[in-house]
Design a protein around this ligand. Structure first.
Ligand code: C2E
Ligand code: MG
Ligand code: MG
Length: 719
């Protein structure tokens, strides 16, 4: 290692200087944070060690370099107070011996070392102070700059607000929390037809309008009391000239720094046109374009509102009206004339209730409805219905035609609490259907019991097809007995439904339904098959009885072109001889229809099957006509047979004479006669005296399952 030359002749020991610097750096690291890497720190401290050594050795001594070293350490962020402590102390204790050993004994050395120590410390401290000042100044400058910026921004936003306020197309107004208007822009003033100065004389409370939405002023109150920060409503204002303007109004609350409400800023925009458009669209959505009447949307809206608001005792009435035969008008005269007719009817309906406050609506097609709300009860609704029927009945001129139309009306009246909107309308619809069914041109009043029956009927009807598929039907047989010798010559097949819930259901409750739905054709086929099977079984078991099975055939079956084939096929399949099958037809089934039934009857007779007219005397067929039918027997209807009971001599004698005449005429036509509903021994005796051939009724044997007939044939009493 060499030595660093100095002006004073002595030199610094470089090895010693390096060691000194290394220890200095080590010590620094021990103290904690050093913002330099170790090599860099050591190199820096070596430079300073050498500068201190040179200062000590200089012939012309100055402590200034030590001051620079102290400052340099601070500038290198080596500002730890203990670092200063160590550096100053070591400079006084071991620096000389280790870095400038040749100078240790020099008489100036202690004074020079002390001066270096002091300068080092002073440089360090001054640098530290300067740095703190610099930092403070930087902060202060930043603060000033920031304040400057904020002020400028505030000035800008104020200017912008002014620009917006003055130049805005939208009306802006500022009011105190007491409602006093402080400031309005030109747009606001123009909107209401005042000058800004005039408006500043107003209090916002003076700007009310009778159309103001419910709760609007409560909102404003909440705003000025600081319970909300903004509110938005659509509001009408009166202009200075008394006309009204619709606006979209948004009000915001501006608070003091401590949160207290300070003033409100309102922004208003003219939406009169938009509002008018909305109103037009709404009208269109709720009215029928053809008649101008409210449509079903508005009707249900009103109806639901009534149900929502009214007290449960309040009555609500509906007249549900449908023109009779309107389709024919359309078909005959064209839709244009149909439309004209609807227009006239709509006007008449509206006239009927004008001034009464009832809503008239067109539900669609030729259906109209009148809502009688809060009425005095059924009488009032019926009065409306009668007035309407009279109004509709007056002749209508449609183009070149004069039409006379009628309407049917379903009338419903109920306290609100006892029904719902949907139920009410369903009842009205049902009742309208009744009025139509009862002959049109009339009103009918809803009857809950009848409706319940209707519903039970339709439930029963809906269940029929599945019941047939599941095999829920059975056939019972009622003996038809010779009035001469008391033998059972035939049995009538009578169907029953073993209903899973209702038990045994009689045919009177479901045959009509099956006829309406057409299911009677399938059901009748099934009964025929069952009856023929049972009859064939009896024929085999009791060949001498020659028991005939008599099966009822409905008019719908006679109309069915496949009836003859079905009968022939059933006979073939079951093996029953045709002459042991009798078919019972009602008078209308046998005589109605244009030719087809007659052909079917002849073909059936051709098969060898016997034909009987059931319930004879209840229809209107003439014997002259019956003469042309290929029939074998008449079954006298129950009322005549009932009439020959002894307890009613006058009518009894008359009925007896009728039966007498019928039997004679029947025999003249070579028809056999069966009396139905024979219930007493006396009836049997008289019928026998009148030469009636056979009888059927409770006295002679009620309808029983097939086994009951077998037992009777066997001569054993039924189990
Ligand atoms: P219907 O053909 O005139 O049958 C006679 C009805 O009189 C039967 O009623 C029978 O039970 C009832 N009856 C029996 N004895 C007496 C009596 O002493 N006095 C009175 N007043 N009535 C008596 P049911 O079984 O209820 O049948 C009613 C009607 O249902 C039948 O009248 C018939 O028109 C129809 N019907 C029954 N089964 C069938 C069927 O399979 N097909 C068709 N199309 N109709 C059927
Ligand atoms: Mg019958
Ligand atoms: Mg009968």
């Amino acid at each position: 290692m060499g030595a660093e030359p100095t002006t004073g002749g002595e030199t610094a020991d470089l090895t010693g200087a390096q060691e000194y610097a290394a220890e200095w750096a080590r010590h620094l690291r021990r103290l904690g944070f050093v913002p330099l890497d170790p090599v860099e720190a050591e190199r820096l401290l070596l430079v300073h060690t050498v500068r201190l050594a040179q200062a000590l050795l200089a012939s012309d001594f100055t402590a200034r370099p030590a001051q620079d070293v102290g400052r340099a350490l601070v500038e290198a962020h080596l500002t730890e107070p203990q670092m200063l402590d160590w550096s100053v102390r070591t400079l006084g204790v071991s620096f000389c011996a280790r870095v400038v050993p040749g100078r240790v004994d020099h008489p100036d050395t202690p004074a020079r070392v002390a001066a270096l120590q002091a300068a080092f410390a002073a440089g360090f401290a001054r640098a530290l102070r300067d740095r703190t000042f610099a930092q403070q100044e930087r902060i202060a400058r930043s603060a000033w700059q920031a304040r400057d910026q904020i002020e400028r921004a505030l000035r800008d936003s104020e200017a912008r607000f002014r620009a917006v306020f003055v130049g805005a197309a939208i009306g802006v107004g500022v009011a105190g929390v007491d409602g006093r208007i402080v400031e309005v822009n030109q747009a606001f003033a123009d909107l209401l037809g005042y000058t800004p100065d005039e408006l500043r004389e107003f209090n916002v409370a003076e700007l009310t309008h009778p159309d103001d939405a419910a709760g609007m002023w409560e909102l404003y109150q909440e705003l000025v009391e600081g319970r909300r920060d903004c509110a938005r409503v659509e509001k009408r204002y009166f202009r200075k000239d008394g006309t009204a303007v619709w606006t979209d109004l948004a009000v915001s609350l501006v608070r003091h720094a401590d949160g207290r409400p300070r003033f409100t800023v309102a922004m208003v925009q003219d939406i009169t046109e938009r509002h008018a458009l909305q109103q037009r669209l709404r009208f269109q959505a709720e009215h029928d374009p053809l008649t101008g009447l409210p449509n079903r949307t508005l009707f249900f809206h009103r109806l639901n509102a009534l149900f929502a608001a009214a007290d449960p005792q309040q009555r609500i009435g509906v007249c549900f009206l449908d023109l009779d035969g309107f389709k024919a008008v359309n078909d005959r005269l064209g839709h244009h004339h149909g439309d004209l007719l609807l227009g006239v009817i709509a006007d008449r309906l509206a006239d009927c209730v004008s001034g009464l406050g009832h809503l008239v609506a067109r539900m669609g097609g030729d259906e109209f409805v009148i809502l009688v709300d809060g009425g005095a009860g059924l009488d009032e609704v019926v009065a409306v219905a009668e007035k309407v029927l009279a109004a509709v009945a007056a002749p209508v001129d449609v183009g070149d035609h004069q039409l006379t139309v009628s309407a049917s009306i379903g009338v419903v009246d109920s306290p609100v609490g006892q029904t719902s909107a949907a139920e009410l309308m369903k009842a009205a619809d049902t009742t309208l259907y009744w009025a139509k069914g009862e002959g049109r041109g009339r009103w009918a009043v809803f009857d809950p019991e009848r409706s319940a029956r209707d519903q039970a009927r339709s439930a029963l009807s809906a269940g029929l097809p599945a019941a047939l598929d599941r095999g829920e039907f059975v056939v019972h047989y009622q003996p038809i007995v010779s009035l001469v010798d008391g033998t059972m010559s035939a049995v009538e097949a009578l169907v029953r439904w073993v209903h899973p819930e209702l038990g045994l259901v009689g045919p009177d409750r479901f045959i009509g339904l099956a006829e309406e739905s057409g299911l009677i054709v399938r059901l009748g086929e099934w009964v025929l098959g069952q009856a023929c099977r049972d009859a064939e079984r009896w024929r085999r078991e009791f060949p001498d009885a020659r028991l005939v099975v008599s099966v009822n055939v409905a008019a719908r079956q006679v109309d069915d072109p496949s009836l003859v084939d079905v009968v022939a096929e059933t006979l073939r399949r079951t093996g029953l001889p045709a002459e042991l099958l009798q078919l019972e037809l009602t008078e209308s089934a046998a005589t109605g229809g244009p030719g087809e039934p007659l052909r079917a009857l002849h073909r059936l007779a051709g098969l060898g099957v016997r034909l009987a007219i059931d319930d004879f005397g209840t229809g209107y067929s003439s014997l002259a006509y019956l003469r042309r039918l290929p029939i074998h027997a008449l079954k006298l209807a129950a009322p005549f047979v009932e009439g020959i009971r002894a307890d009613d001599p006058t009518n009894g004698h008359r009925d007896e004479r009728i039966v007498d005449a019928l039997v004679r005429l029947a025999h003249a036509l070579e028809l056999r006669v069966t009396a139905e509903a024979v219930e007493t021994v006396e009836q049997v005796e008289r019928l026998r005296a009148l030469r009636c051939d056979t009888g059927q009724g409770r006295l002679l044997g009620p309808p029983v399952p097939a086994d009951g007939i077998s037992a009777r044939l066997r001569g054993t009493p039924p189990a």
